[in-house]
Design a protein around this ligand. Structure first.
Ligand code: NOJ
Ligand code: NOJ
Length: 492
């Protein structure tokens, strides 16, 4: 009896899911292009609404806007706010006239708020020193003094890269005085935002820290990737700012980090492992495979001001690196079978992507099961677009074994034939077909998010692995920022 009822429920449930997903992907759903256009407006507005909210410090960014709820994300996280500012710099770059002035104001408020929080001692340590690794602050800029996974060393690196990008745009417009006064002066101890972050990263990258998910203490691929990026960009920037000795030191440290990144490659597993040399925190990540590998390749992509100064090292561990492709493929396969919702959606919808398979955080507590997240699923879309863009810019595709495995999954049963070892040039008739197949592959991750997003444009942190409904922090700032950077890579 019990079994029959169960079965009855399951098949009804299964049918309902099938029915809904058929409706959603066929007749009800707005087409993807239309959704992108409306989500673009919503995500910009909802992201900006989380900066300098009434009652918070000017320039602070709340991770999510609800107060007095579980989870309580009403804090200024250095990582989340740094990634948000990378998106705001993108908006500033694209804007003109008075809109551009408004984005300048937001960025300069952020500069002031961030410089303020750099100046106080906190539970991670002293100002201008290890205190820079403090992960989150109260919204008025005061210290958060409860127990937390600290330090987290990715945040200052992400912030430094965002601010170097901003500074370069200002220098292009001749605004040297502002950059010297607020962002970079060679003076030590550092009193300017970027300089203080670069000093912290270059002197403390070897120290164990908590990972981007704030759970595990040790050495992390993601953290190392963003640290190396900040130091490579920082070295170029320090040279421009007349600080050549610091530039040499930053580049030497970046080189050492690059030397250690290959320790995250596991030849046995054939994927990048996220944490090595664990010193504390949760112990449940048995496989150590983590979407942070794809996020690290994206957020760690080096963006130099002078195109001519790129070296071949700069592309290592980027989105087209064989090791990143193989890790992304494995993650996609794992999440495909792990989450019930990924069994439906149809051929034009890719799986929702979570943080890591053993995750037990459901958006409010760690007592159950992890779910797919918007920011990781958008990151997969963004990485596909960036892979296609990279091949387009270089005009050739090196057909490695890893590329063939990864592309075969992207293409499904497409008829493009590839031979391991060949290089496909842009003149080859297959070239444009491969690029468009990859871009369509990216669109399928956007389509997955579209399916679970609220039609109003609201995006939470995650969507339930069984029901598909959004859960966890509502209107997570980072969810919106990651949508924007994904569609920019798509060419929108
Ligand atoms: C809150 C953190 O932000 C989240 O990443 C983590 O999974 C949970 N706490 C449990 O540690
Ligand atoms: C939990 C996430 O794991 C972490 O990366 C993030 O910083 C916080 N939530 C705040 O959004």
């Amino acid at each position: 009896m019990k079994t029959r009822r169960m079965f009855g429920f399951l098949s009804f449930y299964g049918l309902a899911v099938l029915f809904l997903s058929t409706l959603c992907t066929q007749s009800w759903a707005t087409d993807l292009t239309t959704w992108i256009a409306s989500q673009n407006i919503s995500s910009q507005a909802l992201m900006l609404a989380n900066i300098s909210r009434p009652g918070t410090g000017l320039g602070s960014v709340v991770a999510a806007p609800a107060q007095g709820v579980n989870p309580d994300y009403y804090y200024h996280w250095v990582r989340d706010s740094g990634l948000t500012m990378q998106a705001v710099v993108g908006l500033y770059d694209r804007a003109t006239g008075s809109t551009k002035d408004q984005y300048f104001q937001i960025l300069s408020d952020f500069v002031n708020f961030s410089s303020y929080i750099q100046q106080n001692p906190n539970l991670s340590g002293n100002p201008w020193d290890t205190g820079i690794g403090e992960p989150k602050f109260n919204v008025d800029g005061s210290d958060y003094n409860q127990a937390w996974g600290r330090p987290q060393s990715d945040g200052p690196a992400i912030r430094a890269s965002a601010m170097i990008q901003f500074a370069n745009l200002l220098l292009d417009q001749g605004q040297i005085a502002y950059v010297q006064q607020k962002l970079y002066s060679p003076t030590l101890p550092a009193t300017t935002l970027i300089k203080a972050d670069l000093e912290y990263i270059s002197h403390h990258w070897q120290d164990p820290s908590f990972d981007l998910w704030e759970e595990v203490e040790g050495t992390h691929f993601y953290t190392r990737m963003v640290q190396r990026r900040a130091l490579v960009e920082g070295a170029e920037f320090a040279t421009q700012m007349g600080d050549p000795d610091a530039a040499a030191f930053y580049s030497a440290q970046a080189q050492q980090i690059l030397g250690q990144l290959s320790n995250h490659w596991s030849p046995q597993e054939n994927y990048l492992v996220e944490t090595i040399n664990q010193t504390g925190g949760h112990n449940n990540k048995i496989s150590d495979i983590d979407s942070a590998a794809v996020l690290g390749a994206l957020h760690g992509t080096i963006a130099l001001h002078d195109q001519a100064s790129y070296t071949s090292d700069d592309a290592l561990f980027g989105v087209t690196d064989d090791r990143v492709l193989l890790t992304a493929l494995r993650l996609k396969q794992i999440f495909q079978s792990l989450y019930t919702i990924n069994q439906s959606g149809g051929p034009n919808v890719a799986p929702g992507i979570g943080r890591y398979p053993e995750d037990t955080y459901n958006g409010t507590d760690t007592s159950s099961q992890g779910n797919p997240w918007f920011l990781t699923t958008f990151a997969f879309a963004e990485s596909y677009y960036k892979i296609a863009n990279a091949y387009e810019n270089s005009g050739s595709i090196p057909v490695t074994q890893a590329f063939v495995s990864w592309f075969t999954d992207v293409a499904g049963n497409s008829s493009i034939s590839l031979t391991i070892g060949e290089t496909i040039q842009s003149s080859d008739f297959r070239f444009s077909g491969i690029l468009s197949t990859i871009r369509i592959g990216g669109d399928k991750f956007l389509a997955r998010c579209q399916l679970h997003a609220d039609p109003s444009g609201a995006l939470s942190e995650e969507f339930n692995r069984n029901t598909g409904f959004m859960q966890g922090a509502a209107n997570l700032t980072w969810s919106h920022a990651s949508f924007l950077t994904a569609i920019w890579a798509r060419g929108n």
